[in-house]
Design a protein around this ligand. Structure first.
Ligand SMILES: Nc1ncnc2c1ncn2[C@@H]1O[C@H](COP(=O)(O)OP(=O)(O)OP(=O)(O)O)[C@@H](O)[C@H]1O
Ligand SMILES: [Mg+2]
Length: 231
């Protein structure tokens, strides 16, 4: 396969608040190729969100480093990391996905505007791609959970970023809706040749993935197949 898109070298993270004695990450070495679709599994507290935040440059490692598309993100500085996130990364967060005072369209436009694009067409198109044409004027509280999550996915995809990080994109959805959302997310990533890391507890997510990684207590084990996950 092609070039490496995401690489981590011996990544460690210890949060600095009192009462937290453990390490959230204990030496993560990852190499994810362009266009790969990766599922990240693991118990609550195993370090999944921490890892995604470090890859996105939203938090800094205690030790080790992250490279996106061959560039050390620490060397980019705060301003460079902000640009990287605006231009190259799509993020679907675990909680609080949408801004409640903005409509579906405005939530998506915000992401485009931050990257210097003011045209509404790609935003409307992205909503159409996730099956929400006609609902662009709705506020998040006027949408179902699955619809809100689809807006969040449209927002992550609208700039066609080379990297998408999705933290439990189907977390609060029933399994039928969850499957639809995963189909959609994976299909859009394949179409755009985007690299996707998605956190998920649902066993069926491994069917979509090229690779399945399991996190245990801040470390990563690569699984060979879906069957391994059922253990
Ligand atoms: N901001 C923080 N300050 C202090 N400790 C934190 C912070 N964020 C996470 N932790 C701790 O780091 C560890 C890993 O947390 P993380 O959120 O990465 O887990 P997770 O795998 O995403 O869990 P979940 O499946 O519940 O979302 C946990 O022990 C957690 O308590
Ligand atoms: Mg988490």
């Amino acid at each position: 396969m092609g070039p490496v898109m995401i690489r981590t070298y011996d990544l460690w993270k210890q949060y600095e608040d009192e009462g937290h004695d453990g390490m959230a990450l204990r030496g993560i070495n990852l190499e994810i190729k362009k266009g790969q679709i990766v599922t990240l599994f693991g118990k609550s507290g195993s370090g999944k969100t921490t890892l995604l935040n470090l890859i996105a440059g939203l938090d800094v490692p205690t030790k080790g480093r992250v490279e996106i598309d061959g560039r050390d993100i620490e060397a980019l500085g705060e301003a460079g990391r902000t640009l990287l996130r605006r231009n190259k990364l799509g993020f679907v967060f675990q909680f609080f996905n949408l801004l409640p005072t903005l409509t579906a369209l405005e939530n998506i436009m915000l992401s485009l505007e931050l990257a210097g694009m003011n045209d509404k067409r790609p935003a409307l198109e992205a909503l159409e791609h996730v099956g929400l044409a006609g609902k662009e004027g709705r506020f998040p509280h006027e949408l179902s959970g699955g619809e809100q999550q689809r807006v969040a996915i449209a927002r992550a995809l609208v700039k066609k970023p080379p990297v998408i990080l999705a933290d439990e994109p189907t977390g609060n959805l029933d399994s039928a809706t969850g499957t639809q959302i995963l189909d959609l997310l994976v299909k859009r990533c394949r179409d755009n040749e985007a690299t996707l890391i998605m956190v998920s507890h649902a066993l069926n997510t491994c069917e979509y993935a090229d690779r399945v990684l399991r996190m245990i207590d801040g470390r990563i084990v690569e699984e060979r197949s879906c069957e391994d996950l059922a253990r």
